[in-house]
Design a protein around this ligand. Structure first.
Ligand code: SF4
Length: 249
């Protein structure tokens, strides 16, 4: 479900601000909570995903939605997309009390110069802060990273992998950048493909040592059999939140 539409941030690669608009159109928190509870009362609903582009912007609205869920005694687990730009202890505490089990974070890079180039609006200190706060409140943090964006070198990639290893999040999803325009220029495409292969090689080496790093393209902790096992044992919600309970590699 959605609590709002619109994203005020300007990440270079993202179409959300075009699709949903650059300003948040906020729903009444009480009505959001009523709808949330109504959905949860339906047979078979065991997990909810709040699919706002960014749940915690504006911060005040996110906190009010959580307060309304707390007031209604919600116990159904839920997750959402959260941005490091505005995440504090009070929100984490409210989210946990409102039934949140974790969140997905578009952290993207472990290099401040790359975060600047992607116009993410935050630096690595904010990612580290979010990870620390979420751990303190028992929320599972799943960060996605986009490696090898335009202008990145293998050294940047290595720095990001080091950063994620040091961060030790609950889960990390590793993606490798593909530039749409590559296909229009065969010379660039070949160069980029070679670079991507080298990036995947580095990621494979590191990810095999990290039981909660997911690399979809390499099938590392991400394949249909894993989903089957999860569902068979009654595990609901996003795959990543059960990685600690699965001995998979
Ligand atoms: S915060 Fe998320 S939704 Fe908003 S522009 Fe960045 S990537 Fe897109």
């Amino acid at each position: 479900m959605q609590t709002k539409r619109g994203c005020p941030l300007h990440c270079t690669y993202c179409t959300y601000p075009l699709i949903e608009g650059p300003r948040g159109r906020l729903r009444d928190p009480g009505k959001v909570a009523d709808e949330f509870m109504e959905l949860c009362s339906r047979t078979g609903v065991e997990h909810l995903f709040i699919v706002d582009s960014v749940f915690n912007l504006p911060l005040r609205h996110a906190k009010e939605v959580c307060r309304q869920l707390v007031a209604r005694g919600n116990t159904t687990p839920w997750t959402s997309y959260v941005n490091p730009v505005a995440f504090d202890d009070e929100l984490a505490e409210l989210m946990a009390r409102a039934g949140a089990v974790g969140m997905e974070i578009g952290s993207d890079s472990g290099c401040d110069d790359i975060l600047d180039r992607l116009r993410k609006g935050f630096h690595t200190d904010k990612i580290t802060r979010l990870a620390r706060i979420s751990k303190a409140h028992g929320l599972k943090d799943c960060h996605s990273y986009i490696l090898g964006t335009t202008g990145e070198t293998l050294e940047h990639v290595e720095r990001t992998l080091d950063f994620v290893a040091g961060l030790d999040p609950f889960a990390a999803i590793m993606l490798v950048w593909v530039e749409d325009r590559e296909v229009l220029d065969s010379r660039t495409e070949l160069e980029r493909r070679r670079f991507r292969d080298a990036v995947y090689e580095r990621v494979r080496e590191r990810a095999t040592q990290q039981p909660r790093w997911v690399v979809p393209r390499l099938g590392l902790r991400f394949d249909p059999r894993t989903f089957d096992v999860l569902r068979k044992y009654g595990m609901r919600g996003p795959l990543w939140q059960h990685l600690d309970r699965l001995a998979i590699s």
